[in-house]
Design a binder for this molecule. Structure first.
Ligand code: ADP
Ligand code: MG
Length: 702
C-alpha cells in the first residue's frame, strides 16, 4: 500500500526548504538521525522537539525593564560609539531611548560596520534581549533580535529553544521549523473523541504549532497537552506496530501441542539440581501456551544466572514430544557455543539430538546438519542467525528460542522471516526490563519472569577503584590465584582504527603473562574460533586461572569456579553491561568479588552509574537507574540493533501514556483488524508519520 499522497509535503527532503544548502543538508541528516546517505525529511524537523522556550512577551517601556528581564523594547537610536582603532577589547556602544528612559546596546568585536547598518541613527527599532547594568545604565549586550518596526511580526515573542549542534544555530533552525510547519497538511484524527476530550489534547497540527511556534512559554512544555498528545501518538504508533507483529505471530494459530511430559521429565531427571520455583512456573506457562490453540509469543525474562537456558531446554524437549523441531538462536558465536555446551550433556542424557550451527561450521559438518534438519532426524539445533539462512530447511520447525540478552529487536525481524512465521516463539532476555519498556518494545508479548536465583548463590562484593590502584589490585589477585581462585579480567574493546588510550586486552594480556605465566589466557572478538575455543577450554577446565577478555564474555560464559571479576575502564561500559559482566561470577557457592577500575577524572553521571552498580545487585533497580541516567535506547541497546526508537516521548514524563496507547491500540486492532475505512486510514497515516510503516504489510487483508 503506497504512502498516502497527503503526506508528501512532509516526506520531502529538507533540501526543498529555503536556507538548506550543501553545508546544512548533511549536517541535518546527521543531527536528525538519518541513516548514512539519506537526507533528513521535513518530517524529521517537526519531530525534533524544543527543550525550552524564551519568553520575549515583556514589551515594556525602558523604565519598566529590570535587571535580568528578557524584554522587547521599541527604541529610538541616538548615536554610536565605536571602539577606538586597535582597541578590540572595547565594545561598540549604541545609545538609544524611549519616552521613559535610556538604554545602551553593546556589541563586542563588531566588525564590518553591520551594527551601524542594523541600528541607523535617528530611526526606530524593535530589539529584544536580556537587560543588564553597566555603570548605572541599562544595557542589552548582543540583543537577540533587532527588527524594523514594520517587521515586528517576524520577532518571535515566545521562542522555542532547540537542542543544537556545531554548525546549526537557533535562528536558522527556527526559520526551517516555520517552513516545516507551513508544510503540515490537514490530517484526519486518529485519536478517539473521548480520549482526546478527556485529556484536552489539540489535534496533531495544532500540537505541532504549539510546540514549534508557541504563543506562551508553556505551550511546548514536555508535560503539557501538546507534547503529551504527540508523545501519545508516538507510543500509539509503536504499540500498533508491536501488536500487529504479535497478532501476525499469533494469527497462524499453531495446532495445540500434544505434550506427554516424558522427555521433559527425562531432562529434569538429568539435571544435577532441582528447578527453582520460578523455573517451574515459567515452564508451566510455556507448556500451557503450547497446549493451547494460539501460537506462543512469550518473553522469558530473568536476570543473569537466573537459569533461563534450562527453561528453554524444557520447552524444546516439550516440542520434541509433539514431534516438532526447535532452534535456539544466540546473538554471538561464543554465546551460542556456551548454550551448546550447557545443553549437550543434558540433551544426551534425555535422548534428544542436538546440533551446533554457525556461520563458521565446516562445509561437511554443515551438510550433515542440514540433512538432519531436513529429514527431521535432528530434534534441536543451537546456533547464531546462520540458522535462518535460506538454505537451512527444517522438516517441522515448531519452536524458535531467541536469546537476545540485551540486544533487542532480533525477534521482531525474525518474526517477519519465513521460518519464524510458522513457529512458536520464546524470547529470552537477560536485562530485567521495566514494565514500561516491555510495553514499548515488546507490545503485549506474554511475560514469564524468573525472579529467584538458583539456591546457594552468594552475594558479590563490589568495589569501585581508580586505576591508580592497579598495583594493589594485581598483588591481591596474585595472592588469590596462588590459593587456586579463577578470575576474569575485562578490558574494553579497542577499535582497530582508533588510536585509543584504552587498555587493549592484548597489552594487558602481555603484562599479566609476565606475572602469571601460562595461567593466563586471552579471548577477544578478533581471535579465530579455534584459538578462542582453546583459551576458553583451558579456563573452563581450571588449567588457566585468569581470563583476559573483551566484552565477548559479557554474555553467557559460565564458569562456576570463577569468583573474581575485574573490569578496567568500567566507566566506559553501560550499566547493563557491567551488571552482565558481574553476573559471570557469583555462580558457585563461594564468595565472589567484582572490582571496577575507572580512569580519572570521572564525570558526575559516570560516578552515579558506578555507584549504582556498587550498591545493588538487583537487575531491576539497575535497569531503572540506567533508564534514568542514559535514556531507554541505551538500556536496550536498540541503537545498535537498528530498531526505531522513540524520538519525542520521554519515558520519565510520558510513562502513563504508554498504557493508554497500549489499550487503545488493542481496541483499534480488535475492532478493525484490517485498519479499513476512515479510522484505519488515519491510523495508517500515524504509522507513516512515526516511521513505523514496516508494520503496514502485516495489517490483515480484509
Ligand atoms: P541465564 O541464561 O539465565 O543467565 P543459565 O541458564 O546460563 O542462566 O544458568 C546459569 C547457571 O546456573 C548454569 O550453570 C546452570 O546450570 C545453573 N542453574 C540453572 N538452574 C539452576 C537451578 N535450578 N539450581 C542450580 N543451578 C542452576
Ligand atoms: Mg545463559
Amino acid at each position: 500500500m503506497p504512502r498516502p499522497s497527503l503526506l508528501n509535503p512532509l516526506f520531502r527532503s529538507v533540501t526543498a526548504l529555503k536556507g538548506v544548502g550543501p553545508r546544512l543538508a548533511p549536517l541535518l541528516a546527521r543531527f536528525l538521525g538519518q541513516t548514512e546517505g539519506q537526507d533528513a525529511l521535513v518530517l524529521d524537523l517537526l519531530l525534533h522537539m524544543p527543550s525550552a522556550a524564551i519568553d520575549r512577551r515583556k514589551q515594556v517601556p525602558i523604565a519598566e525593564a529590570y535587571f535580568g528581564d528578557i524584554v522587547t523594547l521599541d527604541i529610538h537610536i541616538d548615536r554610536h560609539l565605536a571602539p577606538p582603532r586597535g582597541k578590540s577589547a572595547t565594545p561598540h556602544r549604541v545609545y538609544a531611548h524611549d519616552e521613559t528612559g535610556e538604554v545602551q546596546l553593546v556589541f563586542f568585536r563588531a566588525e564590518g560596520g553591520w551594527v551601524e547598518k542594523a541600528l541607523p541613527v535617528g530611526e526606530r527599532r524593535i530589539v529584544s534581549g536580556e537587560i543588564g547594568f553597566f555603570q548605572g545604565t541599562k544595557q542589552i549586550t548582543h540583543p537577540d533580535y533587532i527588527v524594523e518596526p514594520d517587521k515586528r511580526d517576524t520577532l518571535p515573542l515566545v521562542e522555542p529553544v532547540y537542542p543544537l549542534t556545531q554548525g546549526l544555530s537557533s535562528k536558522p533552525l527556527i526559520k526551517l521549523m516555520q517552513q516545516a510547519l507551513a508544510a503540515l497538511p490537514d490530517l484526519p484524527e486518529w485519536i478517539g473523541d473521548t480520549r482526546r476530550a478527556m485529556n484536552g489534547w489539540p489535534d496533531f497540527a495544532a500540537a505541532m504549532h504549539a510546540v514549534h511556534a508557541p504563543e506562551t512559554p508553556r505551550d511546548g512544555d514536555a508535560g503539557g497537552p501538546a507534547r503529551c498528545r504527540l508523545a501519545y501518538d508516538e507510543y500509539l504508533a509503536g504499540q500498533l506496530t508491536l501488536q500487529l507483529v504479535r497478532s501476525s505471530l499469533v494469527r497462524a494459530r499453531c495446532k495445540p501441542r500434544n505434550l506427554s511430559g516424558e522427555l521433559t521429565g527425562r531432562v529434569e531427571a538429568a539435571l544435577p539440581f532441582s528447578l527453582t520455583e520460578g523455573q517451574k512456573q515459567a515452564f508451566a506457562e510455556i507448556a500451557a501456551d503450547l497446549r493451547g490453540p494460539d501460537r506462543m509469543a512469550r518473553l522469558l525474562q530473568g536476570d543473569v544466572g537466573a537459569g533461563k537456558t534450562v527453561v528453554a531446554l524444557l520447552a524444546m524437549a516439550a516440542m520434541a514430544e509433539d514431534g516438532a523441531q526447535s532452534a535456539l538462536m544466540a546473538p554471538t558465536e561464543l554465546l551460542a557455543a556456551q548454550h551448546f555446551r550447557t545443553l549437550l550433556p543434558l540433551a544426551e542424557k534425555a535422548g534428544l539430538s542436538l546440533a551446533f550451527l554457525t556461520g563458521k561450521t565446516q562445509a561437511t559438518e554443515r551438510r550433515a546438519i542440514l540433512a538432519g534438519l531436513a529429514s527431521g532426524d535432528l530434534a534441536m539445533v543451537c546456533g547464531t542467525h546462520a540458522l535462518f539462512q535460506s538454505d537451512v530447511e527444517f522438516k517441522n520447525l515448531g519452536l524458535v528460542v531467541v536469546d537476545e540478552q540485551h540486544r533487542f529487536g532480533v525477534h521482531q525481524r525474525l518474526a517477519l522471516s519465513d521460518k519464524g512465521k510458522a513457529a512458536e516463539l520464546l524470547v529470552m532476555t537477560a536485562t530485567p526490563i521495566p514494565r514500561t519498556l516491555i510495553l514499548t518494545h515488546f507490545g503485549d508479548m506474554a511475560v514469564s519472569l524468573l525472579k529467584d536465583k538458583p539456591a546457594g548463590r552468594q552475594p558479590i562484593d563490589t568495589a569501585v577503584l581508580p586505576d591508580s590502584e592497579y598495583d594493589r589490585v594485581l598483588a591481591r589477585l596474585r595472592a588469590r590465584v596462588a590459593e587456586g581462585v579463577q578470575a576474569f579480567w575485562v578490558c574494553p574493546l579497542v577499535e582497530e582504527s582508533e588510536q585509543s588510550p584504552l587498555t587493549a586486552a592484548e597489552e594487558r594480556f602481555r603484562a599479566l603473562r609476565e606475572v602469571f605465566g601460562d595461567r593466563v589466557e586471552l579471548v577477544h572478538g578478533r581471535l579465530s574460533t579455534a584459538k578462542k575455543d582453546a583459551a576458553m577450554a583451558r579456563f573452563q577446565s581450571g588449567e588457566a586461572q585468569v581470563l583476559v577478555a573483551t566484552t565477548v564474555i559479557e554474555v553467557g560464559v559460565d564458569v562456576p569456579n570463577a569468583t573474581i571479576m575485574i573490569v578496567e575502564h568500567a566507566e566506559r561500559f553501560g550499566l547493563a553491561q557491567l551488571h552482565q559482566l558481574r553476573g559471570r561470577v557469583g555462580r558457585g557457592s563461594a564468595r565472589s568479588a567484582c572490582l571496577l577500575l575507572f580512569a580519572e577524572p570521572l564525570g558526575q553521571v559516570a560516578r552515579a552509574r558506578l555507584e549504582t552498580i556498587r550498591s545493588t545487585e538487583d537487575g531491576f533497580v539497575i535497569a531503572e537507574k540506567d533508564l534514568e541516567l542514559r535514556g531507554e535506547g541505551d538500556v536496550l541497546g536498540t541503537r545498535q540493533s537498528g530498531m526505531p526508537g522513540y524520538r519525542l516521548a520521554i519515558a520519565d514524563i510520558h510513562r502513563d501514556l504508554i498504557e493508554m496507547a497500549h489499550d487503545d491500540a488493542s481496541d483499534a486492532i480488535a475492532r478493525n483488524p484490517g485498519l479499513t475505512g476512515p479510522e484505519g486510514e488515519a491510523l495508517r497515516i500515524l504509522l507513516y508519520l512515526f516511521r513505523r510503516d514496516l508494520a503496514i504489510p502485516l495489517i490483515r487483508a480484509g
